[in-house]
Design a protein around this ligand. Structure first.
Ligand code: NAI
Length: 684
């Protein structure tokens, strides 16, 4: 690297107490990440500061959004070999070792994101000070990318807070705020912004002995205890992810179990383990999913739209929860339904959400203040955006639009939460059809990340852009889709759910069908999913899709709905529900060909995905994969349905469909779109 590119990411200042303040401000980036270049520059600073032998060193970030978000994930994607991976990991380890070896006090001053490599850097400091606010998040979420900490994170965290707390943090990949970090011993001081610098200075000047963990925490790393704990950890991880699909957490447990008493060996084991993981399919696909998420987060970024007032019509399952979520995210919301009695349950659910999320009584009260019951629709006039979530009936929706449009502000947006009706069937009653857009949330609103932004033929580009920006303000991921029946997610999900119903009506036990899907990597089996969504809703969407795509609906589904067995909400569907949980009878998988079942389920889903690509329901295959991963939880380690098709090969998959078509009928007829996926070489 030449001189011109050096000294670009860090700057130092020395105060009157001879304390060096090392500011990280990554050039040309909004967020601090530890790229190779940044690590090398940090290294030069550390070596130079060491020769100066100051009173102490404080490392802090000049970025508003946080301390350090982690290593540069972009660089991971360029790694070609294990040797290259090792080189990068060894560099990070060497720099942090030099930081840890400094003989004067060192402090990491943390605000905002402090993740992965950021937390590892802070662990190489003698002390850590964190800002006390909900935006400050510390953690080692590497397992979510299919790897685990590699710059000494597990080596330093386990002795600091004990094996149990450290492994919990690393194995779940969850993040914690400053107070929680203080409680477990990850940080030494936590306080408001105005006290942070003086707290860091005091630590340097007083140089108290570094934190020593409690006896129990120390014991948890003991050689005799580790094998027992490791077994418990493996069991806990196995409940969420199999070793075959997600090897990283298991690899981390192995490293800790074998080497926790020998930091040097553990560092090397950490490095070797990651170098192996990073080249694996799971890590590559999870990193791909990470970038897909970034892509969705970037949509609507450049659009300057700041609505204040949101009016929601329909306080049922969806409208009620959408209104609550908007209020939680800081908008002023009025919530309309046919009568106050219909709004009341939504307000109760909102209160529960706010209690869970906000905890503080004052914050809960002000969120409730932002959510106004409004059965007369007084909020329509001032709303910047109106979200309609009434019954899924085109005529009822049209009649509502006819009533409300004259009351709407000029420029106000009308967004519908319809889950399947093409917008063109709804615009008839509108003077300004360009203001109608689909804003399709998924159930449950507080959990599901994805929101489909449905662009009707007449929807203006400006309106679509604005609702994408609004979706980001709601901390949700917008996915632009065309206004075709079922849009993207439901259209692809429905054949898969229907195949599950067919299998069940043929006599395959529901639990076996679900097992086949979860073995593939779906978060929940299709039968349980149908029960959870509501069989009436499934039937309704299936009917709309069947009408457009000339598909058949299994009689079994119609009968269950006719008998009032709607799934979770009525206590019985395919499964019986107790306390909101499906009671799954124990059935042996013996005698069932799970592979065949998975094949039937997944082939219908993949065939529909290909059909959506051909019809350009989304702009490209990447967006389709993002939609299915974030809208249905499609096995993230497979990188999405289209990525999966390319990994297996389009030609053999189409052949598989042809076989199924021959055996089971037209619902398996390969979509014409497969043709363009198959290259002349026979591969994709
Ligand atoms: P719901 O039946 O729970 O609630 C609909 C509410 O709208 C009822 O409270 C009803 O009183 C009210 N309503 C009907 N006509 C009205 C009018 N003219 N003025 C004011 N309020 C009126 O229905 P749900 O499940 O919340 O669905 C609402 C919309 O969201 C539908 O378009 C549906 O397709 C869509 N959707 C539903 C999902 C789900 O899982 N339930 C998922 C995604 C979208």
């Amino acid at each position: 690297m030449d001189e011109a590119t050096t000294q670009t990411h860090f700057r130092t200042e020395t105060d009157d107490d001879n304390i060096v303040w090392l500011h990280f401000d990554k050039a040309g980036a909004g967020t601090n990440v530890l790229s190779t270049e940044a690590l090398q520059e940090l290294d030069r600073h550390i070596q130079e500061i060491r020769t100066r032998n100051p009173r102490g060193l404080v490392i802090l970030s000049d970025k508003q959004n946080g301390f350090i978000a982690g290593a540069d994930i972009e660089e991971f994607t360029r790694i070609q070999s294990e040797a290259q991976a090792l080189e990068l990991i060894h560099l990070g380890q060497a720099v942090f070792n030099r930081l840890a070896d400094l003989t004067f006090p060192t402090v990491a001053l943390i605000h905002g994101f402090c993740l992965g490599g950021g937390t590892e850097l802070s662990l190489a400091c003698r002390y850590r000070v964190a800002r006390d606010d909900p935006g400050t998040r510390l953690g080692l979420p590497e397992v979510r990318l299919g790897i685990h900490p590699g710059f000494g994170g597990s080596v330093r965290l386990t002795p600091l807070v004990g094996g149990i707390k450290a492994m919990d943090l690393m194995l779940t990949g969850r993040t914690i705020d400053g107070r929680q970090a203080k409680r477990i011993g990850l940080v030494d001081r936590v306080g408001p912004e105005r006290h942070l610098r003086s707290a860091a200075r005091r630590l340097v000047l007083d140089a108290p002995p570094p934190r020593r963990p409690a006896l129990l925490d120390r014991l948890s790393n003991h050689a005799l205890v580790r094998p027992l704990l490791a077994r418990v950890f493996r069991k806990q991880v196995a409940r969420r992810a199999s070793r075959q699909h997600y090897p990283a957490p298991y690899a981390l447990i192995d490293v800790w179990q074998k080497h926790a008493n020998d930091p040097e060996r553990m560092l090397e084991a950490e490095a070797q383990s990651i170098a192996g993981l990073i080249k694996g399919v799971t890590a590559r696909n999870l990193i791909r999913v990470f970038f897909l998420q970034e892509q969705l987060k970037g949509l609507g970024k450049e659009i300057d739209y700041k609505p204040q007032y949101v009016h929601v019509i329909g306080a049922g399952t969806m409208g009620g929860d959408i209104a609550a979520w908007c209020a939680f995210r800081g908008f002023h919301v009025s919530l309309q339904d046919q009568s106050p009695e219909r709004i009341a349950p939504a307000l109760q659910r909102a209160h529960k959400l706010f209690r869970r999320k906000l905890k503080h009584p004052r914050k809960i009260a002000s969120a409730m203040d932002r959510l106004m019951p409004d059965h007369r629709g007084a909020g329509i006039e001032r709303a910047d955006i109106i979200i309609e979530a009434i019954f899924e009936d085109a005529e009822v929706k049209r009649s509502l639009y006819r009533d409300i449009e004259p009351q709407m502000k000029v420029g106000a947006i009308l967004a519908t939460n319809t889950s399947s009706i093409p917008l063109e069937e709804l615009t008839g009653a509108l003077q300004h059809p360009e203001r109608l857009v689909g804003l399709h949330f998924f159930n449950p609103v507080a959990l599901m990340q994805l929101v489909e932004i449905v662009n009707g033929r007449e929807t203006s580009i400006e309106v679509a852009g604005k609702v994408m920006a609004f979706t980001r303000q709601l901390d949700r991921l917008p996915l632009p889709v065309t206004s075709t029946p079922g849009f993207l997610v439901n259209r692809i999900l429905m054949p898969y759910l229907m195949e599950a119903v067919v299998l069940e009506s043929e006599g395959t036990p529901a639990a076996i069908i679900d097992r086949a899907a979860t073995d593939f990597g779906m978060p929940m089996g299709p039968v349980e999913l149908a029960d959870t969504v509501g069989l009436d809703i499934c039937l309704h969407v299936a009917e709309i899709l069947a009408e457009h795509f000339n598909a058949e609906i299994p009689e079994r589904l119609k009968k269950l709905v006719a008998d009032g067995h709607l799934g979770k909400k009525s206590g019985r569907g395919f499964y019986t529900f107790k306390k909101g949980k499906a009671v799954k009878p124990r059935v042996s998988t013996r005698g069932w060909n799970l592979e065949d079942i998975t094949n039937r389920l997944m082939m219908r889903m993949l065939n529909e995905a290909v059909s959506c690509v051909r019809e350009q329901v989304v702009a490209n295959e990447e967006l389709l994969d993002a939609g299915l991963v974030f809208g249905t939880g499609f096995a993230p380690f497979r990188g999405g349905p289209m990525h999966h098709i390319h990994a297996i090969g389009a030609a053999p998959l189409r052949k598989e469909l042809e076989t199924l078509e021959h055996l089971r009928g037209k619902r398996f007829t390969p979509d014409p779109g497969w043709e363009s996926l198959i290259t002349p070489e026979g591969d994709t």
